[in-house]
Design a protein around this ligand. Structure first.
Ligand code: C2E
Ligand code: CA
Ligand code: CA
Ligand code: CA
Length: 286
């Protein structure tokens, strides 16, 4: 199956019936997986690129299915969204993440992802409030990431939702910045606390740096995209995170562009709660 934009899959060589059957089977597997506790929150480090210090973690869902093995969130999140299971799945993961994060140093933040379907739920702020009240994790250390894909929809409704979320005391970040549809006007109007430059642009920084001289023109173009996104954020005085930092050369390029946070495989793959505790105890951040 090849991903074709958010929420859309095109199952090459498969008939409509076969696709529908696979979706139903995935749905059944997700339901069973939820009951069996196969979904777990993992955590990706977020770093202050200037100081190199760990400043927080982004929670990312992981599914180890008894029948299917490891399934990527790029596959199961859209299916869970379509079959109405994203709510229960996400609530369970956020509940666990808030409890995991209670033991972390007060200097550390927790980021969570909220999908477009969840953002349309008028009860989302209430649900998040309930989850926050069920833990000792302070709202101001929680960062809610919403994808730029959400801005395609009713903008007034999105704005109202962002304000309601911020009224809980949490921060709201624009995820996947650069991949889509936000205009300068939207960025100025919507009260985002941070923008996260999508890994597709950040990754190009290295690929083009290693590419042959014939691609130098392309390199300048790609550098230009990251530069443009960074300048946009800086111009609007919105703090920036770069995601998908895979190696030291990318890190160096980004550090040259100014103050920002970053995350990516250079710092390690997302790890489970126990591994995070081990890491934090070594850093004296528990
Ligand atoms: P995202 O929020 O943009 O998360 C970043 C993705 O990039 C993660 O993939 C992460 O593992 C991966 N990544 C991290 N560092 C690097 C790197 O250096 N290079 C590259 N190429 N990739 C890197 P993952 O965990 O597979 O998640 C995919 C997407 O699924 C996420 O994209 C997010 O949109 C969604 N997702 C994951 N967990 C949840 C969840 O609990 N709820 C919701 N609604 N969405 C989730
Ligand atoms: Ca994210
Ligand atoms: Ca992204
Ligand atoms: Ca994303």
């Amino acid at each position: 199956a090849k991903k074709e934009g958010r929420n859309r899959f095109c199952w090459f060589d498969l008939s409509m019936e076969a696709e529908a059957r696979i979706r139903r089977e995935m749905e059944t597997a997700i339901r069973a997986g939820l009951e069996r506790g196969e979904f777990t929150p993992h955590y990706e480090q977020q770093i202050d690129l200037e100081t190199g210090q760990l400043v927080g973690f982004e929670m990312l869902a992981r599914w180890h299915s008894a029948e299917l093995g490891e399934v990527s969130p790029d596959i199961f999140i859209p299916i869970a969204e379509n079959c109405g299971l994203i709510g229960p799945l996400s609530e369970m993961l956020i509940r666990r993440a808030l409890i995991d994060a209670q033991s972390w140093s007060p200097s550390l933040t927790l980021s969570i992802n909220i999908s477009p379907v969840q953002l349309r739920d008028p009860w989302l702020p209430q649900k998040l409030l309930k989850l926050l009240l069920g833990s000792d994790f302070p709202p101001h250390r929680l960062d809610v990431e919403i994808s730029e894909a959400c801005l395609q929809e009713n903008l007034a409704a999105v704005q109202t939702m962002i304000v309601s979320l911020k009224n809980l005391g949490v921060r709201v970040s624009l995820d996947d910045f650069g991949t889509g549809f936000s205009t300068l006007t939207q960025l100025r109007t919507l009260p985002f606390d941070r923008v996260k430059i999508d890994k597709s642009f950040v990754g190009e920084l290295r690929r083009v740096a290693q590419a042959s001289p014939e691609l130098m023109h392309n390199r300048e173009q790609q550098d230009h995209i990251v530069n443009t996104l960074v300048s946009l954020g800086q111009g609007l005085q919105i703090p920036i995170t770069a995601e998908g930092i895979e190696d030291a050369s990318i890190l160096e390029t980004l550090r040259g562009m100014g103050e920002m946070k970053g995350q990516g495989y250079l710092y390690g793959k997302p790890e489970d709660a126990a591994a995070v505790v081990k890491r934090l105890s070594e850093l004296d951040l528990l």
